[in-house]
Design a binder for this molecule. Structure first.
Ligand code: GDP
Length: 369
């Protein structure tokens, strides 16, 4: 077997089997490195970071990640939990409090560009705070940004600048929340850190973190993204994920439903209207997501027959689990949440049942719009 070679940037063992893991190098480049042991070699991630100033995500499982978080507790740090506003409950790291010790943390809600243009920021922040409080988290501050569209970044950067005078800033997040995009956008805005980026290995673990030095001697630290089975993203391939992930601000599509009606959100979401008066159900999702109304009594058969064909995504029905549902009674006007897909606004006093594959990403909140 070939000898192990380390990346001279981050110290990870070079490998060509998993592009998402630390130390990845395409097989041909790895072979070249093995044949020329005298040369210095960077993994793909460090290479891109050095030459293009671009952070590439590395993914780890929860246990490794918690070990990393644990080591933050003993330092003076500000922890930034980047969350996806469209998959909030799955991207809030509820165990954060136990691991960061006395350090403060803030929530940065990303993908704000997708919210309909008339959304009120204060309402969204109130909802985020309530959800965080519900799992015992007390964020010091909440920001709404769009990393991709570089919206609302100035306020966040100015806050981080002040906070980093006496501590390092750690970015943590589940995969797919847009953490890499956000850090790249921040580096871009900061401008002259270009030549200063260093990578360093996290002591005592096989993980690497990336440190971005600031003028004041402190660092912005990127940590690997954590994967979870509760994210729709981990169940879909890249093509399907692109189909459900909204790119433009969500546009409402309204259906008049009465009890006994079912609405499908492609093959990944379902709402049964169980009890209530005839009402408007307004879907906020990707513009070209296929929506289909039918009678609840025919819905199971319809789903079995058309999944993967009319009801796509998923393009491969075998990749997702069976639909699992949860019943809700709306007290006021409410949003039914389908994590990673969008939400459906329904009036007060409706009894509904919502479904996703394995019940992943289901939830409810007071209507935001
Ligand atoms: P990471 O795994 O947390 O590092 O996430 P990435 O930065 O790789 O982004 C995950 C996905 O979210 C990609 O498809 C991005 O294009 C998308 N994304 C990231 N930031 C934004 C944003 O501000 N708005 C929108 N609409 N999409 C975003």
């Amino acid at each position: 077997m070939a000898e192990e070679i380390m990346c001279i940037g981050c110290g990870a063992v070079l490998q060509s089997s998993n592009a998402d893991a630390a130390g990845f190098l395409p097989a041909s480049a790895l072979k070249k490195a093995q044949e020329n042991p005298e040369n210095d070699v960077y993994c793909q991630r460090c290479f891109r970071l050095r030459h293009y100033n671009e952070i590439m995500p590395v993914k780890v499982d929860n246990d490794d990640f918690l070990a990393l978080l644990n080591s933050i507790a003993s330092k003076k740090a500000l922890v930034v939990n980047v969350v996806d506003l469209f998959d909030f409950s799955n991207s809030l790291i509820s165990s954060l409090k136990r691991f960061i010790g006395k350090n403060d943390f803030i929530l940065v809600g990303n993908k704000f560009d997708l919210f309909p243009l008339n959304s009120r920021q204060s309402k969204i922040k109130d909802w985020m705070r309530q959800e965080a409080n519900r799992v015992g988290l007390r964020p010091k501050k909440i920001f709404l940004v769009s990393a991709a569209k570089k919206k609302n970044l100035a306020e966040l950067i100015s806050y981080l600048g002040k906070q980093s005078r006496d501590k390092d800033v750690y970015f943590v997040g589940m995969t797919n929340v847009g953490k890499s995009t956000l850090i790249n956008a921040i580096i871009d805005e900061l401008g002259d850190v270009q030549d200063l980026i260093t990578t360093s290995r996290f002591p005592g673990t096989t993980l690497d973190k990336i440190e971005i030095p600031l003028d004041n001697g402190h660092f912005l630290v990127d940590t690997p993204g954590i994967m979870t089975e509760n994210q729709l993203a981990t169940h879909l391939d890249a093509k399907d994920l692109a189909l459900v992930s909204p790119r433009k601000p969500l546009k409402p599509v309204t259906y008049q439903l009465k009890p006994g009606n079912t609405l499908f959100l492609a093959g990944l979401g379902r709402i049964d209207y169980l009890k209530g008066a005839p009402a408007s159900f307004t879907v906020y999702a990707a513009r070209d997501l296929y929506l289909h109304r039918t009678k609840t009594e025919n819905a199971d058969e319809f789903y079995a027959k058309h999944l993967g064909e009319l009801l796509v995504p998923p393009s491969d029905p075998d990749k997702i689990g069976p639909l699992k549902g949860q019943e809700w009674h709306t007290e006021g006007k409410s949003d039914l949440l389908f994590g990673g897909i969008g939400f459906v606004t329904v009036p007060a006093d409706c009894v509904v049942k919502t479904y996703t594959p394995d019940g992943v990403g289901l939830g409810i909140r007071r209507a935001l719009i």
